[in-house]
Design a protein around this ligand. Structure first.
Ligand code: CMX
Ligand code: CO
Length: 140
């Protein structure tokens, strides 16, 4: 079952400047930085709130580290802004993905990949989700 908004992914050109905006403007302070080579991004997870299922909701600020990454392509076309939404699941993301695929939605990866903070992730194709790139997250 999908139990929470795990995060909203926001693409930016300058990660540090964008994190500073969210800190200075809204007072968010709980920031976790990491690099995801496979996804081609540097990122910062800014914690917004705890959720009822033992996890939390975040903003995921992402800056491309390679010109051929999905986020670099998207930024070149659209400029900065909301890139994807991510739902948290309370079970294995492989099981969640398989069930959703059975409803006719394309799942992008054959097997889950590594996401933020030790999570396992997969994505649903935006063209099958009314224009929204949708990520599924199984927390660590
Ligand atoms: N949101 C909504 N629509 C999107 C989109 C997005 N983020 N990215 C692409 N699209 C749309 C495009 O506008 C385009 O539509 P039109 O044909 O109507 O113009 C269509 O999808 C194809 O887009 P494209 O620019 O040709 O891009 P690709 O098909 O090469 O790639 C996608 C699209 C979704 C398969 C690719 O972005 C992908 O694999 N994404 C998953 C990985 C990812 O985004 N990683 C970064 C985040 C990492 C993390 O969250 O941890
Ligand atoms: Co994400």
């Amino acid at each position: 079952m999908l139990t929470r908004i795990d995060h909203i992914g926001i693409a930016c050109h300058d990660l540090e400047a964008t994190v500073e905006f969210y800190k200075a403007t809204y007072g968010f302070t709980d920031a976790h930085f990491e690099v995801n080579e496979e996804q081609g991004v540097r990122e910062c997870m800014l914690k917004i709130n705890e959720t009822g299922d033992g996890a939390a909701s975040y903003l995921q600020l992402i800056e491309p580290i390679r010109d051929d990454s999905a986020v670099a392509k998207w930024l070149a076309k659209n400029g900065e802004g909301v890139h994807h939404i991510a739902f948290g699941t309370d079970r294995a993301v492989a099981d969640e993905s398989a069930e959703i695929a059975g409803r006719g939605v394309r799942v992008l990866y054959d097997a889950p990949r590594n996401g933020s903070m030790g999570s396992l992730i997969n994505f649903l194709h935006p063209k099958d989700c009314h224009g929204v790139l949708t990520e599924l997250v199984q927390k660590a």
